[in-house]
Ligand binder design. Structure first.
Ligand SMILES: Cc1ncc(COP(=O)(O)O)c(C=O)c1O
Length: 336
């Protein structure tokens, strides 16, 4: 995959049909445009020797449905139906590796506007995308700062929901970090303990133990985070989910981000203080090898994390779209 998003792909799944990319539009008076009322997912399809494979599709679709429930959005498609839509979207665009964005938006329009109208439209979008934090991020690591923006306090925004409005907080941290020449910002929670990056979870290594903030530190419960915890368990590496004071960042032997976009990105400095040797450490690199090895099919999928995208379906779906007709989702076969 290239390093930057590659631009439009052919079709977008919209409530059971594939529509051309440019036709997947909504009205400016839609609730979501004014109030950020959408929930979404971000997941990757990796190219394997046997074709495209979506990483932890079921878990991502479950989190999508959970996010909708938290925000009182009725869902028209269950986890299995959304999985099928994702597989179908990859296939219909003839892709073998891509980023996938399933999205539920409140498009209802009401002039008494803050009160949401429960008209929900569902989309699945796919596009080609490489590394998130820069070309050399995975191998060389990134320089980050502690953000002056904090994650929302408990009982303000539901951090467990992956919802559009929540990301205004992430944007503040990200823009501040970039303006100051850093790749990313690490946010503290409302109590001043370490939380996460603007779009990534955080791990640190000290004396051979892996630490990561708990779910009550205002984090999104990352699926890559879960994968890394399991992979650490596979090799007998102790993992402690606990409260982490800010200063523990500076004395870590290793630090790294995890996330669908960032995959597993080592951190080489925080606030210009080098972490460990100032180079990606052995624990981060070996977990990264394992994670990406499984995702790309180079290492056996012992946890059952991959859902294959059938090649034949790609051809059939593309043929339908090429003739100007909408193609229903049934073309994609969910294997896992
Ligand atoms: C705020 C935030 N934290 C953590 C993550 C990592 O989650 P995942 O590993 O499920 O992609 C993401 C990305 O979705 C995120 O946006």
């Amino acid at each position: 995959m290239s390093d930057t998003p590659s631009g439009p792909t052919d079709v977008i799944w919209r409530d059971g049909e594939f529509v051309p990319w440019q036709d997947a539009t909504i009205h400016v008076m839609s609730h979501v445009v004014h109030y950020g009322s959408c929930v979404f997912e971000g997941l990757r399809c990796y190219e394997t020797a046997a074709g495209g494979a979506i990483f932890r599709l079921r878990e991502h679709m479950r989190r999508l449905v959970d996010s909708a429930r938290i925000y009182r959005m009725p869902v028209a498609y269950d986890v299995d139906a959304m999985m099928e839509a994702c597989v179908g979207t990859v296939a219909a665009n003839g892709l073998t590796s891509c980023y996938l964005r399933p999205l539920l938006v409140r498009t209802g329009q009401d002039m008494a506007i803050v009160q949401p109208v429960n008209q929900i439209e569902t989309f699945v979008i796919a596009w080609r995308w490489g590394t998130y934090l820069g070309k050399s991020a995975l191998t060389d690591g990134v320089d980050v700062r502690v953000s002056s923006w904090r994650r929302p306090a408990p009982d303000t925004f539901p951090a467990m929901a992956k919802a559009g409005g929540n990301y205004l907080n992430s944007q503040l941290a990200k823009m501040e970090a970039r303006a100051d020449g850093y790749a990313e910002g690490i946010m503290l929670d409302s109590f001043g303990f370490v939380s996460e990056g603007s779009g990534e979870n955080l791990f640190l290594v000290r004396d051979g133990v892996l630490y990561t903030p708990t779910v009550h530190a205002g984090i999104l419960q990352g699926i890559t985070r879960d994968s890394v915890i399991r992979l650490a368990g596979d090799v007998g590496l102790e993992v402690r989910e606990q409260t982490i004071p800010r200063e523990m960042l500076y004395v870590a032997d290793e630090l790294f981000f995890t996330g669908t976009a960032a995959e597993l990105t080592p951190i080489r400095s925080v606030d210009r203080i080098p972490i460990g040797t100032g180079r990606p450490g052995p624990v981060a690199l070996s977990l990264q090898r394992e994670l990406l090895g499984i995702a790309t099919g180079r290492i056996p999928d012992r946890h059952g994390w991959l859902t294959a995208v059938p090649q034949a379906a790609a051809g059939r779906a593309r043929a339908g779209v090429g003739h100007g007709s909408a193609v229903t989702v049934g073309d994609g076969v969910v294997v896992n």
